[in-house]
Design a binder for this molecule. Sequence first.
Ligand SMILES: [Mn+2]
Length: 479
Amino acid sequence: MRFELRILNSEITDSRQPRSHYRRSVVIPAKAQPEAGTSSLTSSAPNLLTFRLLAISLLTFFLFALFLPVSAQKLQFDKAEYAARRAKMMEKFPDGLIIIQGAASLPGYYSFMQNNNFLYLSGVETENAFMVIDGVKRESILFASQTPDAGFNKVFRPNELKAYLTSRLNEVKTVYTCLTPEELARECSGEKAGTLNFTMVKNEWDGRPTREKQFADNLKTKFPGVTVKDCSAYIHELRTIKSPAEIALMRTAGKLAVQAHIDLMKACKPGITEQELAALFEYSCKKRGAGELAYYTIICTDENHSDLHHHGYERTLANGDFLVVDAGPDVHNYDIDITVSFPANGKFTPRQREIYEACNAVHEACMKTYRPGLTAEQCDKEVREILIKKGFNPDSELMKQFGGGFGHYVGLAVHDVGGGPSVLKPGMVFANEPLAVFAKEKLGVRIEDTVVITETGCENLTAGLPRTVEEIERLMKEK
Ligand SMILES: [Mn+2]
């Protein structure tokens, strides 16, 4: 029964799998094809027995073909890029084996998503795979049931891992693996660690270890004498600097995300529900090619402004409401983080304008300062100077709500690994997100773009949104 369900699952996945780069379609390898001239179809006088034999062999052939270990998945980037990342791991850990466990099959009808560290080092999106990067021999080996050509030196089936390690760990006594939690769909490793500690690892009514800890313990039990160390901090460090290919993909994702926000703003009016706006944003992203959302669409209005990540969608918008919409897509596993703030009826009240323009001034000033070598302290100092030149008083009660600085990294996760920058370097992608909440007034404001540091300054990957009061009011009149 389970077996049949699995076939059903892969057929359904083929037609509705939203991430277009990942298809579980079956490709028949050349060696399994009947050789030319030997097929029974060429027989000049087929009798009943020939037909039966042909039918049986065709049936056997197609049943076999369903389970061939070949993947039609395309790598997102050139295989040389993934190989170069693995080479960096070999450089860093030349004395041991780096073993990375891929994400496990999901128990329900959810789209499979590879764990980000595994994906970063391989590009392979096959379920239940393992990767060994051998720092001593300087080779990398993939253990997967299906795989595209990802430039590994050797490829074995997952059930061959034990025999391989039994042999290799006779000589090598140090193993590196990831002890931080894997990120799956809509997950961020650091936040997941906190949640798992609370609900599972340190919860007296649960107490299970994380998948990563269990894996490390299994390695130690199966291979006594082997030392297991954590290598995730280095992978996280590598992930904080995006390659040109990653930046190009995030630029495409950013453009798509901007259009989806514009669609939402145009559709917004008193009387519409938050639920409809959230659904519209998702539709608009997917219509333009996003596979998923990076996170649930955050819509804060009225008293929900103080809950920065509110996503209850309980309210029908009223005239005079002010919205903070924080939303972004996931495009080929890369996330985008954008926030827009605007009045539901398309016309700012004087107070809404006041807080919005203060926030936007800080946002614009930050964009002007971002460049390689900048620290958060310098950024804050320079932002103050820019604000003063523009006629703002940085020490006023209102302006004190906003600080100039850097937000969290953005990449394979929306709150990407590594936290956020302390000193800016080219290739860092992070959020510029000044925000403030005025709980007593049931108001809040947040302006957020995803930016990348270039050789000389920064590039806004989510440029093109209406950001001044005038631009927003003009756009919302257009609908
Ligand atoms: Mn953010």
